[in-house]
Design a protein around this ligand. Structure first.
Ligand code: NI
Length: 184
């Protein structure tokens, strides 16, 4: 098990457009994905993108399963998605709170497409295609943004809804849960 250091906002490696993966089922790719899953689990995140551990590759992982922080969220099976492509299914946008392991201690409200289709590849190179909505769709859009060098604060529209978790909670913006770790 290798938990890697998560880069924080301001590190230029988070701002790069990541490179496509061209070789599947390699030792390197398996190792990268294992490290990403270990890191995501250790940090209690809902997802992680390869650039967050300093790796220039279009690889994301995510999982939402019985997380007490998101009691109303549908569970999302542990997914490894390589070279992902997102297609919005309609024009509807939905505002929701996000956090990021690369922006620790903060939350912000970000508009995302409510319904998307996403496609990509597994580590073995098999194609994945799914339709997702609400929190599931939000997590995928957040993680894939990392591959284009975009962190969620760049998507915040109303900066009165962006700040430190404890301050936002103190001002009644949202209820922090007992295990209030960054979700993504
Ligand atoms: Ni993130």
């Amino acid at each position: 098990m290798t938990v890697r250091k998560v880069l924080r906002m301001g590190d230029t490696r988070l701002s790069r457009v990541a490179s496509e993966v061209t070789s599947f089922d390699t030792t390197e790719l398996h190792q990268l994905v294992e490290d990403m899953l270990d890191t995501m689990q250790a940090e209690n995140g809902a997802g992680l993108a390869a650039p967050q551990i300093g790796v220039d590759a279009r690889v994301v992982v995510f999982e939402v399963a019985d997380n007490p922080r998101y009691p109303e969220a549908e569970s999302v099976p542990r997914t490894i998605l390589i070279n992902p492509v997102i297609t919005p299914l309609d024009e509807e946008m939905q505002a929701g709170w996000e956090g990021c392991l690369s922006v620790p201690g903060m939350r912000g409200v970000v508009p995302r497409h409510r319904r998307i289709r996403y496609a990509g590849y597994t580590v073995a190179g098999d194609r994945i295609e799914r339709v997702a909505s609400d929190f599931h769709a939000r997590v995928v859009q957040h993680e894939c943004d990392h591959l284009d060098g975009i962190l969620y604060p760049q998507r915040v529209v109303d900066f009165s809804l962006f700040g430190f978790i404890d301050e936002l909670a103190a001002s009644g913006h949202f209820e922090p849960s007992p295990c209030d770790d960054p979700p993504e």
